[in-house]
Write a protein that binds this ligand. Structure first.
Ligand code: SF4
Ligand code: SF4
Length: 200
């Protein structure tokens, strides 16, 4: 899907959304709100899949219709992921409740929590997950992050984000300073404290 492929999307919070889906073993049909219609196939062997769509489609069709459509096609849950700031909407939550949907927000600043919400949704029929984050495409970059090779133990946890700026450099993970936007999303994944702004 787009955040891992488009250079303009480096630093997109939906890298966390996609990481959560991959790690929970969920294949995806559909696309984020910025790429409606895209289809991601993380691995053909995955036995469970989720229907992904944008906010506009949720507004047009309603949670009940989306859930019914996804469920009849065998999807475990519906994920609504889009490129706007996450504003809590009571009206949307009431509409979900009327449609009998369980809904949960993905906090994209909490990669472990997002993964946990996706795993829970697999076991709870009728779940709509909401993942909203402002688009970073075209926004100003911060100072690039870097890996301190004397601390990095090559655990690979940061690489699970699939950020295009991060790679396995052999001796340690590496950040490409020409690609990194300084978003900082990788740093909480490093339990060793090897990743930081300009360290290394
Ligand atoms: S700070 Fe980390 S996650 Fe953000 S663009 Fe740079 S390497 Fe990628
Ligand atoms: S998470 Fe930290 S210690 Fe692990 S590979 Fe990445 S930079 Fe190195």
């Amino acid at each position: 899907m787009r955040p891992a492929d488009d250079p303009g999307c480096v630093g997109c919070a939906h890298l966390v959304t996609l990481r959560a889906l991959r790690r929970a073993g969920v294949a995806v049909q559909g696309g984020l709100g910025c790429e409606e219609g895209a289809v991601a196939r993380f691995a053909p062997a995955y036995g469970r899949w989720a229907a992904v769509t944008g906010l506009e489609r949720l507004r047009q069709r309603g949670a009940g219709e989306l859930l019914a459509e996804a469920s009849s096609a065998g999807a475990a849950f519906v994920l609504v992921a889009d490129r706007i700031a996450p504003v809590r909407s009571i009206r949307m939550e009431e509409e979900m409740a009327r449609a009998g949907a369980r809904f949960a927000w993905l906090d994209l600043d909490d990669a472990a929590g997002a993964e946990a919400r996706v795993r829970e949704a697999l076991d709870r029929p009728g779940t709509v997950l909401l993942a909203l984050a402002s688009c970073v495409n075209g926004t100003a970059h911060q100072a690039p992050f870097a890996v301190d090779p004397s601390i990095c133990n090559r655990c690979g946890n940061c690489l699970t984000l699939a950020c295009p700026a991060l790679s396995d450099g052999g001796e340690s993970s590496l950040v490409d300073p020409d690609v990194c936007t300084g978003c900082g999303r990788c740093a909480p994944l490093c339990r060793s404290g090897a990743l930081g702004p300009g360290s290394g």
